[in-house]
Write a protein that binds this ligand. Sequence first.
Ligand SMILES: Nc1ncnc2c1ncn2[C@@H]1O[C@H](COP(=O)(O)OP(=O)(O)OP(=O)(O)O)[C@@H](O)[C@H]1O
Length: 263
Amino acid sequence: MSDAVRIDGLNHRFKEVLAVDQLSLTVTAGEVFGLLGPNGAGKTTTIRILTTLLPPQQGTVEVFGFDVRKRKMAVRRLIGYVPQALSADAGLSGRENVALFARLFDVPRRERRERTDAVIEAMGLSDAADRPAGTYSGGMIRRLELAQALVSAPRLLVLDEPTIGLDPVARAGVWERITEVRAQTGMTVLVTTHYMEEAEEFCDRVALMHRGRIRALGTPAELIAQTAGESLDDVFRSYTGDDLDAGGFSDVRTARRTARRLG
Ligand SMILES: Nc1ncnc2c1ncn2[C@@H]1O[C@H](COP(=O)(O)OP(=O)(O)OP(=O)(O)O)[C@@H](O)[C@H]1O
């Protein structure tokens, strides 16, 4: 099977902070791959590089064989990206938000209407599609953002903390929709999450990242067996140890950002 993502020897430094440190990683086409790690591990930096938002400083990154440095537009056409920060406009209806993304991502004019309706339905938003997104619940906003990312029929869907700040019912709703679309299209999903039970349930393979490096890589079952733990939570703790409590400012920032986006 071909590779959806191939990262080789990636380094990225922000002044004195080495955010990504000699990262090498392959995501196989069709799998759901989870990038896990505590705050500040380097997950978002990696995702920003792979979605072409940040140029790589050192190393190579390819998406379906296209180099993110040399073939930026080709890579963008293959990716649907839901960032941590809010990407829907509260003043536009759900349908208008998705239609805007269809135009931005060059969905052919004659297909826009049909594709917009299809992703809105797939995300369970048909009844609310003509209401302003500002009236949506947190879970509905996330599903709207998924619809926006899916309207261009990406081969790789990249999700940065898709369920952060949502209640368990809304979290389950988001995963249910992702799972359904994936079963229908066979697209590859790369997701970061802090919720270990979600990674365990929905990811085919996970990489545990800590201080810019991959510390463990495999199926959830393999990692649990390797660390003689009972769950991915135990695996996470065994690799990150006390640093779990070291989130500090970053944790607060994440929590505030979440509260803001849902408020
Ligand atoms: N634009 C930036 N300028 C300076 N330092 C940055 C910048 N972006 C990230 N960093 C630093 O790089 C490191 C990795 O950050 P990154 O956001 O990639 O981690 P993360 O694993 O996604 O964490 P979180 O879960 O908090 O989003 C952190 O130490 C962070 O403070």
